[in-house]
Design a protein. Structure first.
Lengths: 319, 101
């Protein structure tokens, strides 16, 4: 019997699912603790977050917490993995494009003149693991965006699973009902033993869609699934429509070849990295996903779907 | 000794010196060229190794500072693919949605 709970966090909707009713309470508590830590550390919208302090540092060496250092390392790794298609130094760029506060608070402020700034690349990030010191050169700002969300999902799922195992009813790995799935705005991480047939998931454009909405239903037993889409988080700036996935080469919203990219990987950080990069790359994403053995579902603007690397095709299409 | 004999011997001496100088230049140029060819062949045949310590330190784009990436996978960073058994079976009503946010 799958149990579920939901609450808002990190500017999006969170769902925690456990394979048994008794596991839900300890799982939710653990997830909330992890998300609180991520919010205080990695949020671009909180003036008191560690990331905000680092971005205001004017290039001065700044000592950071192990959590922010880990998030920056994950972001640097994602940038290198994608040859710069997912670049953490786009913080200033997306702020200049008008996405400078929680998405729910965005308004069209009328005509504006902006200077578009391409990403700086990971070369502008200096990190010393021994002293946990970070320096951002060249006036660039960090946006951990998708990476922080993926990292949060991975950490929350792991923490929830550990909390469930500490619970008296689930002392052993593989005990029936000890599995957990954490969804942060549609980016999912799984830990522990899944229900018998796996976790049934609707894959679609918008994570806020109803469970009986259009899309494809798949089941996952392990790993992680992330979806990036240009159909959500769109806003207008000076009468120009923007979306939130920037092309680091130009500093502007990526050209829309795929409207939605969903990728399964071992971790949510990698799934989210690959999904975001797929939107930026367009058609080239197919060969990269094949090369790295990542199952994916890519949806063109007209709704045509491309399945890659063993993503289930026929019998699971819901609508 | 007649003046003609002296002039002929001097000319022969100059010719001999010119010949030696020509051979010296030819050998020097040939040696430099051979060194270059052998160097290129050696570099192409025996690739170097990067130490583990060096693998965690990379040059910045400006070449003026260093960045510790925190990863020893430098140059070969790949995403972690899911397990083969990731996808489950059976048609069930969904319990959660994956979509853009």
């Amino acid at each position: 019997m799958i149990a579920t709970a939901g609450f808002p966090a990190l500017g999006t909707g969170v769902r925690v699912l456990t394979a048994s009713e008794g596991a839900l309470a300890p799982a939710v508590a653990a997830v909330q603790r992890e998300l609180q830590a991520i919010d205080e550390t990695c949020s671009r919208f909180r003036s008191d977050s560690e990331l905000a302090v680092l971005n205001r540092g004017s290039g001065a060496p700044t000592q950071v917490s192990p959590l922010l250092f880990a998030a920056l390392e994950a972001a640097v790794r994602a940038c290198r993995m994608t040859d710069g298609a997912v670049d953490p130094t786009m913080g200033r760029g997306i702020r200049l494009l008008g996405y400078d506060r929680d998405f729910a608070d965005l308004r069209d402020g009328g005509p504006v003149g902006i200077i578009v700034q391409p990403a700086g690349g990971v070369g502008v990030i200096e990190m010393d693991r021994r002293t946990l010191t970070v320096r951002i050169r060249g006036g660039h700002e960090i946006d951990l965006g998708a990476i922080a969300k993926g990292l949060a999902a991975d950490r929350a799922a792991t923490a929830a699973h550990a909390a469930i195992r500490e619970h008296a009813s689930f002392p052993l790995e593989g005990t029936p009902g000890e599995g957990v799935l954490v969804s942060l705005g549609g980016d999912l991480a799984i830990a522990g033993e899944a229900p018998q047939d796996g976790w049934p998931i609707l894959v679609t454009d918008d994570h806020a869609a109803p469970l009986d909405g259009p899309g494809q239903v798949i089941t996952l037993r392990s790993g992680a699934l992330a979806t990036s889409s240009t159909t959500v988080r769109r806003w207008r700036q000076g009468g120009v429509e923007r979306h939130h996935i920037l092309d680091p080469r130009t500093g502007l919203p990526a050209a829309e070849y795929w409207r939605t990219a969903s990728v399964v990987a071992a971790t949510c950080v990698d799934a989210n990295t690959a999904a975001t990069a797929s939107i930026v790359w367009g058609e080239h994403a197919i060969s990269w996903l094949r090369e790295h053995h990542l199952p994916a579902r890519l949806v063109r603007l007209d709704g045509a779907v491309t399945y890659v690397n063993g993503w289930p095709v026929a019998e699971t299409v819901a609508a | 000794m007649q003046p003609d004999d002296l002039g002929g011997r001097a000319a022969a001496r100059r010719a001999g010196l010119d010949l030696v100088q020509g051979w010296t230049w030819a050998v020097a140029v040939g040696a430099i060229g051979l060194t270059g060819v052998l160097g290129i062949a050696a570099a192409d045949t025996f690739h170097g190794h990067q130490s583990a310590a060096a693998a965690t330190t990379t040059s910045s784009d400006a070449g003026a500072s260093t960045t510790t990436s925190g990863s020893s996978e430098q140059g070969g960073i790949t995403p972690q693919a899911p397990a083969d058994s990731t996808f489950g079976g059976g048609l069930q009503p969904p319990v959660v949605v994956s979509g853009g946010s």
